[in-house]
Ligand binder design. Structure first.
Ligand code: PMP
Length: 408
């Protein structure tokens, strides 16, 4: 079993050596976007220096190199999520585009009165596309409630599933605000028993866990490259092949067609049917490199290191008077959303930044969840495996200082 050498790992991420406002950077905004290792930066640069051309069409060597690198990355993703075939691995710009593609593709199946179940803890990316499709089709979007601890209320899901109008269950694997890890396998099994299609938003899960889409038995799974230590502008949509075959593509253009004529245009085979236009080739290559890098570190080692950060953070909460953590689920990734009595979240963010510490504040694209917890927003520290226990302590020392300043 591998253990993580955090100091060695930190050297793989050049940006972590930056100074901010004269202080060494403490980057605790990994939930918004994670930093990139040299392996990713090098893979992208090498691609542009040695391989770049358009894919799938060149009658020349560079075209072949670019295609091999691009399709090689798709195979890396396939292995990462254990999809049966690369036909089921579709490149998108990110989770948002993946979920929009799924929602549009499933619209034809929806009738007025059909129900789309999401949860109160969803990111807007897993709410709004469904609302847009509901508006077009007459379907309804219904929220599954969460408990005060920030876990999904499974009884609420059971009663929503009693309705024979439920068609789609779209839930997040891990909450970006609360850090809650949802029991997606159980949720999928419950939905499946009722013939309800399942869409899993894996944006916050893949930085911490390796999803096995076959073991989960989900119909769709979506994630973004940039939260998985890869580049921006690239994401993945995994889907069950029979469903992807039936779904209409969201965008038309080059690459996604088989034949075009003014009488009749036909679609390309999977996965290309959903990949209109020149794809983000270097970004796909970068994401492949990110997956190789993270998997090379060993998921068990990463999880052990991350849970140690979370545990230390939880222990230190009581050292800050008036600090309350929102989201105390039993199973959590290292994310700490919190409020401090008498302090506005955005002030906390600004004052931490002055000390070189980066967190996120606001509604975190989860307004319904903010409403549920009766807060306008929270401050959120989200940790990655390259964060250190020392950084956790610096973060709490900074919070104590801020709290004292405002108490005076
Ligand atoms: N879902 C969740 C749970 C997220 O945290 C995010 C990003 N904050 C998204 C979806 C959207 O991802 P992207 O902006 O990369 O499309």
């Amino acid at each position: 079993q591998k253990t993580l050498d955090v100091n060695a790992v930190r050297r793989d991420f050049p940006i972590l050596a930056e100074t901010v406002n004269g202080k060494p950077l403490v980057y605790l905004d990994n939930g918004a976007s994670a930093q990139k290792p040299v392996a990713v930066l090098d893979a992208m640069e090498r691609y542009y220096r040695e391989c770049h051309s358009n894919v799938h069409r060149g009658a020349h060597t560079l075209g072949d190199r670019a295609t091999a690198a691009f399709e090689g990355a798709r195979e890396t993703v396939r292995r990462f999520i254990n999809a049966a075939s690369t036909r089921q691995v579709i490149w998108t710009r990110g989770t948002t585009e993946a979920i929009n593609t799924i929602a549009n593709g499933l619209a034809d199946r929806l009738q007025p009165g059909d129900e789309i179940l999401v949860s109160t803890m969803e990111h807007h990316a897993n709410i709004v596309p469904w609302q847009m499709v509901a508006q077009r089709t007459g379907a309804k979007v219904l929220p599954i409630q969460v408990t005060p601890q920030g876990e999904l209320d499974l009884d609420a899901l059971d009663s929503l599933l009693q309705s024979d109008r439920a068609r789609i269950l779209a839930v997040t694997h891990v909450s970006n605000v609360l850090g809650t890890v949802n029991p997606v396998r159980e949720l999928i099994a419950k939905a499946k028993a009722k013939g309800v299609l399942t869409v899993i938003d894996g944006a916050q899960a893949v930085p911490h866990y390796r999803p096995d889409v076959q073991a989960l038995d989900c119909d769709f799974y979506a994630f973004s490259g940039h939260k998985l230590f890869g580049p921006t502008g690239i994401g993945v949509l995994y889907g069950r092949e029979a469903l992807l075959e039936e779904m209409e593509p969201f965008m038309g253009g080059g690459e996604m067609i088989e034949r075009v004529s003014f009488e009749r245009t036909t679609w390309n085979t999977l996965p290309y049917k959903f990949e209109a236009g020149t794809p983000p080739i270097a970004e796909a290559v970068g994401l492949g490199a990110a997956i190789d890098y993270v998997e090379g570190l060993g998921r068990n080692a990463l999880e052990t290191a991350e849970q140690a950060l979370l545990q230390r953070a939880n222990e230190l909460v009581e050292t800050v008077p008036g600090m309350t953590v929102i989201g105390t689920a039993k199973e959590k990734v290292p994310v700490l959303s919190f409020k401090i009595d008498g302090l506005h979240p955005s002030d906390i963010g600004t004052l931490l930044d002055q000390q070189g510490i980066a967190i996120r504040t606001g509604h975190h694209c989860a307004m319904p969840l903010m409403e549920f917890f009766c807060v306008p927003g929270t401050a959120r520290a989200s940790f990655a495996f390259y964060n250190t226990l020392d950084e956790v302590e610096q973060f709490f020392a900074a919070l104590q200082k801020i709290q004292r300043l405002f108490a005076e």
